[in-house]
Design a protein around this ligand. Structure first.
Ligand code: MLT
Length: 395
């Protein structure tokens, strides 16, 4: 008889955002007249920019002509998209080789898939709170997880503790859900820790496009990172690709463990288990990196940042503690009246018709916190904050 991966018994029955979606669907069914405003999952609302559509359209046309049709492409992505990504990194002082860049269908998949390279015996260090994918994928593989406390005292930016030995370390900066962002000195501490302990950092840079101050956008801006870190990036939030699917993962050639090259292992893994991102989508990705594309996506990011300001202005007015919103599309706020986060989720949904994400879904340190995203439309963000104010003022 078949034997199953029993580790699945140890994860929550459903993924955080599926859980929220079903709660909202149930509420909506019972209350069809309530106009629900969704500020839960970080899903974008601005359409793809013109430059992306134009390149994608060219790709569609090419696929319809025998001379320009494309079948299987290189599993690690076409050179025409890896070149501009390499140039993008150069702008913040990072030199990459083309074969260190792997085009993916988004950061989430690669963050899970990368674990194929590591044995189940590794101990994993994960900040609490953080993007739930890190925890769930490691539980699925049965790895031992240690949590790094991320809280108000350390500004939601935990630093390495030499008394703790971790083999794999997750860092997300700007952070999901807290919006906190590491500076160079802080990231250098993690890089030094990893190099001294033979650990590998899995650096999630999915929100780097939201950074406006002098913070590192890539971990490779930090000296020593190429011998200890893999970086995951995504066009989802940068360019509205949540439904289109494209990202990239950087695995440096100098990254080795137990005398094996992680770059070679990842290439072997991808060529075996992945057939690459579709030609048309990679063409669309090219539209993100043209000068017009860069201008157009930054207009969209500014739009979301203005939404974030509307949210943080509301929190300031109500005297609610929060982080994020400046270098991140997320605002991480303390639940009013020190409420438990699911309790506040229910209250906000029932009394104001606004959906957010309960902090508990990101870890136990999120128990009394709540996340709102700035990815909604302007109109809905304004309306949601009016409803929020009215509700909180009545408590
Ligand atoms: C989030 O809301 O945390 C993200 O949108 C989830 C994701 O990117 O997969």
């Amino acid at each position: 008889m078949v034997s199953l991966n029993k580790n699945y018994k140890n994860i929550k029955e459903s993924y955080l955002f599926s859980d929220i979606a079903s709660k909202v669907a149930a509420f909506s069914e019972k209350n069809p007249d309530v106009k629900i405003i969704r500020m839960g999952i970080g899903d974008v609302t601005r359409p793809l920019c013109k430059s992306v559509i134009s390149e994608m359209t060219k790709g569609v046309k090419e696929m319809g002509e025998p001379e320009t049709f494309h079948g299987y492409g290189p599993e690690q992505g076409y050179g025409f998209i890896k070149e501009p990504i390499k140039e993008y990194y150069k702008e913040h002082g990072v030199e990459l080789l083309l074969d260190e860049i792997f085009i993916s269908d988004g950061a989430k998949s690669d963050l899970g898939n990368i674990l194929d390279l590591f044995s189940g015996d590794n101990t994993v260090l994960i900040p609490d709170p953080v993007y739930p994918v890190y925890v769930d994928t490691n539980i699925m593989d049965g790895r031992k997880i240690i949590f790094a406390d991320s809280n108000e005292e350390n500004g939601f930016l935990p630093l390495p503790d030499d008394s703790i030995k971790a083999d794999l370390i997750y860092i997300c900066s700007p952070n999901n859900p807290t919006g906190a962002v590491y500076n160079r000195e802080q990231l250098k501490k993690w890089v030094d820790y990893a190099n001294n302990n033979g650990s590998i950092i899995l650096f999630d840079a999915a929100y780097e496009a939201f950074i406006s101050g002098d913070y590192p956008k890539s971990i490779y801006e930090i000296e020593g990172a190429k011998t200890c870190a893999i970086e995951f990036c995504s066009l989802s939030k940068t360019a509205g690709f949540t439904g289109t699917r494209m990202g990239y993962t950087v695995v440096p050639k100098n990254l080795k463990a137990e005398d094996m090259s992680l770059n070679k292992m990842w290439l072997r893994r991808q060529t075996t288990k992945f057939n690459g991102v579709s030609y048309i989508v990679q063409k669309g990705g090219l539209g993100v990196f043209t000068p017009e594309g860069r201008k157009q996506i930054s207009e969209n990011i500014d739009y979301y940042k203005e939404n974030a300001k509307i949210i943080t202005d509301c929190m300031d007015e109500l005297g609610i503690f929060y982080t994020g919103g400046k270098n991140s599309p997320y605002v991480w706020l303390k639940c009013p009246e020190n409420m438990e986060s699911w309790e506040f989720f229910d209250l906000l949904l029932k009394k104001a018709g606004v959906v957010g994400t309960p902090g508990s879904g990101f870890g136990s340190n999120g128990k009394n916190f709540f996340r709102l995203t700035a990815f909604s439309t302007r109109e809905n963000t304004v309306e949601a904050m009016e409803r929020f104010k009215k509700l909180v003022s009545s408590l």
